[in-house]
Design a protein around this ligand. Structure first.
Ligand code: ATP
Ligand SMILES: Nc1nc2c(ncn2[C@@H]2O[C@H](COP(=O)(O)O)[C@@H](O)[C@H]2O)c(=O)[nH]1
Length: 208
């Protein structure tokens, strides 16, 4: 039987660098996970590709997906819906591969309730001015949207204690190293629990 993959939730305020760190992990040779492409109702930014960056959908289509039970989690974030399609996550975990979600905090807490075995990592900026600097530097949002995102970040940072790990994204390669260590050590922990469980079954004569 294939061992189920691990669900990894990477969360943190908009602009902290989740996408940048995930891309660096994929480029660093640590490709041992599949990225779950989210669904959103927000407008496509220049350079974004439907099905790669997001599944871009209308509000009606998104709400239909919710009604069909097709979302693992979803949230409204600064005037738009964002959510994780359930089918891809389940199929990929069942195939034995780890899956990484890159989502905001309300959605992460829904995953926490549904999938307590997932690993929850909060990526935090060195400070709020640096977060704003990154959002401005990214050049994807107007001033009003940036301010909405920064204000939201102040609340999101308070949720950090609900996560298993907090990682500061000061320098991308350091953040990548820290996250890879977390994932590796979580795999070792699960393997140790499984070993103990199998030994216990063997003792009772129930293992085949
Ligand atoms: N450690 C870092 N130091 C300096 N700049 C960074 C760092 N990490 C990311 N950035 C920059 O910050 C900006 C925001 O990064 P990114 O888009 O990856 O954030 P995000 O958390 O994925 O945002 P969102 O949640 O809105 O998708 C980008 O311009 C990126 O190049
Ligand atoms: N709850 C979810 N949040 C998500 C998902 N995909 C992305 N996000 C978060 O939304 C904000 C804004 O993203 P942006 O692309 O407009 O900058 C950011 O915090 C993302 O992490 C999702 O599937 N579910």
């Amino acid at each position: 039987m294939t061992e189920r993959g691990m669900l990894i939730v990477l969360s943190g305020p908009s602009g902290v660098g989740k996408g940048t760190v995930r891309q660096a992990m994929m480029n660093s040779g640590y490709r041992d996970f599949k990225y779950s492409v989210s669904m959103t109702t927000r407008k496509m930014r220049p350079g974004e590709v439907d099905g790669v960056d997001y599944y871009f959908r209308t509000k009606d289509q998104f709400e239909q997906e919710i009604a069909n039970g097709g979302m693992l989690e979803y949230a409204q974030y600064v005037d738009n819906y964002y959510g994780t399609p359930l089918k891809y996550v389940n199929q990929t975990l069942d195939s034995g591969r780890d899956v990484l979600l890159e989502i905001e905090v309300k959605g992460a807490m829904q995953v926490r309730a549904k999938c307590p075995d997932a690993v929850f990592i909060f990526l935090t900026p060195p400070d709020i001015p640096e977060l704003k600097h990154r959002l401005v530097g990214r050049g994807t949002d107007d001033e009003t949207t940036i301010m909405k995102r920064v204000r939201k970040a102040a609340d999101e940072l308070k949720m950090m204690s609900n996560y298993d790990y907090a990682v500061v994204n000061d320098k991308v390669p350091l953040a990548v190293e820290r996250i890879e260590e977390i994932i590796k050590s979580e795999h070792l922990r699960v393997a140790r629990v499984m070993d103990r469980y199998m030994a216990m079954l063997a003792d009772t004569g129930l293992a085949d």
